[in-house]
Design a protein around this ligand. Structure first.
Ligand SMILES: [Zn+2]
Length: 110
């Protein structure tokens, strides 16, 4: 896989949709990504979750965010999500998120 270019890991728009339980990113190169909260929680990059995955502990789903404070930017390079169960140790760098993006969102033009 080619390394990401700066525009590919630079989001121009981030939308945390607490109704649909998904997070949408638009990237500097125009690519759009959609992440369900379940998916984001499953790939949480913190050390605890990493260990849990290695022990194949199954996370309880559906994942939900803390409605008061769902997410925050970390500097200009990452997002931090605040989960309803209090977990917030994962720092999701934009590079990580872009690489974790499974497929481009196809939205109907209206
Ligand atoms: Zn975690």
């Amino acid at each position: 896989m080619n390394p990401l270019t700066p525009s590919q890991k630079h989001p121009t728009h981030i939308e945390v949709d607490l109704k649909q339980n998904e997070v949408r990113f638009t990237w500097g190169d125009g690519y759009r990504s959609l992440y369900t909260l379940d998916y984001l929680r499953q790939i949480c990059p913190c050390a605890d979750c990493d260990t849990a995955r290695q022990e194949s502990t199954v996370f309880e789903t559906p994942a939900a965010l803390n409605l008061e404070q769902p997410a925050e930017m970390v500097g200009n390079y990452a997002m931090q999500f605040f989960w309803a169960d209090g977990h917030n140790a994962g720092i999701y760098t934009f590079e990580f998120l872009r690489e974790a993006s499974k497929s481009e969102v196809q939205e109907s033009q209206s």
